[in-house]
Design a binder for this molecule. Sequence first.
Ligand code: ARG
Length: 576
Amino acid sequence: MDKELLLQKILEQALENFTLQTPLKFEKPSNESFGDLSSNVAMIAFKQVADKFNSPRDLAQKIADKIVDLDQDKLLQKVSVAGPGFINFKFADQQVLSNLDKILRLQKVELIDLGRAKKAIVEYSSPNIAKPFTIGHLRSTIIGDSVANLLAASGYEVFRDNHLGDWGTQFGKQIVAIKKWGDEALIDLSERPVEQLVALYVKFHEEAEKNPELEEEAREWFKKLENGDHEARRLWQKCIDWSFIEFAKIYEYLGVTFTENQGRGYGESFFEKDLQPLITELKSKGFAQSGKEGAILFFYPDEEFTPLMIAKKDGSTLYATRDLATDKWRLENSRYQNSDGSAPLVVNEVGSEQTFYFQQLYRAEEIMGWYQKGERVHVKHGLYRFKEGKMSTRKGNVIWLEEVLEKAKARALAITEDEAIAQAVSVAALKWNDLKRKSELNINFDWDEILNLQGNSGPYMLYSYARAKSILRKAEENPSEFSNNEEVSINDLEKSLLNKLDEFAKVVARASKEFAPHHLCTYLFELAALFNSFYNKYQILNSPLERQFRLKLVEAVAIILKQGLNMLGIRTLEKM
Ligand code: ARG
């Protein structure tokens, strides 16, 4: 059992002894030398027994004595009282040492099972067909992938979905533009087909200003697309295939995959057939009504939100209609249902600019009784802010992701000559930069920070891991002639490291529960920093007495760094 839980049991027993009732919570003492954990129960509970004890501190001392009594298995090395009545606990070295042995035996840390095989759909990336894959989609891909990994590691059965924007009236315009000004054969040959599609789309709007009939033509083509017209469907499908040439490259570069619909994800178009029946159903159940202008709207009781439009007055559907259809399908698909028939957890990783929209969507789904509170989660991300002039921005302020990826790799080549390593370093650098802070914050994108080998960066993390592995390799090449089974005394840094190893499982659980990979980053960075100070301060291979113990520590650090980084979607390198 976790040592904190064991301690809690003992403390509960001690309190019972004084017939005290109070909820228990441990804090970390401000100073590690006070102990590993501390509790203020005596101060909180004192008023219950103020007639029997002189002061909270007096009570704390009596509780502390009782705990020492009860601690038959020597969980604790020291129990002390401080200040106005804090009780500080220091665990016996044996406790953290046995955890160390366990990590080495299993070659991983056993994580806390939060999901208990419950199902979770994590939807991320979700770029739009015939449009650029933006920085926002990059963030969604990185953060969503990591959230999916965290949930999977915490016992959920995870489905990874990509809600592609592959439907909507814009495809009418795109088709008109391709037919009028495009050259399919040329786009086929292009390395960047999306660039050409975007140019055609821009041209459509320029031309439509002069010649408004084009808009009518576009509407007709979209109608044809909806009605299954062969030519319309063919061109639409080509747009998807062209776009995927670029999307697939990006996913491969990032090492990100999806599980749904053969790895493509269920795009908006997949739900097209469900849209009209859905509108009819919502109307017949009274959830949706025609508004003044003829559009169909979902109305919220007490006007809690502005109504959500689900069909325009010409009958065409919207983004929201397709999201509702998607979530209803997920709910009804047995593949996603829990064994007790309950709804899966559904997470959408989408930019924070859509926060209000997702509030409306979730609330509507709750009102209709589809999902309950907590079963729908919006994980949001902020924007990248670029320093002026550092990144080429083209017309319309579009930043082409490929340029970012190429630049990252070029920069990484300054750290290493090896192409493959440079690629891995650049991916780690970008991912870490996205994951290390609360996802909804904006990022001031700064290449120097992202690749700084001395700072809180992906390359620093990879480097720390590679350093640990290199020590372990050297140890294998030069076995020690000392067989040391003697008891080693553990110094402060080693104790801190041991305690840190012990926290990993709890940190992962918190990151999963809060859908917040940054907690894991903070932890891993602290672990790496501790490890690096340890490495700088103490001999490892050349200290006959401590060598074996210190190597165990190094190995455990490497195991956790790898396990943690992999959960963030970052591949470690054995050498750098
Ligand atoms: N395609 C949308 C965009 O680029 C994101 C879709 C997010 N997911 C969703 N279920 N609405 O903005």
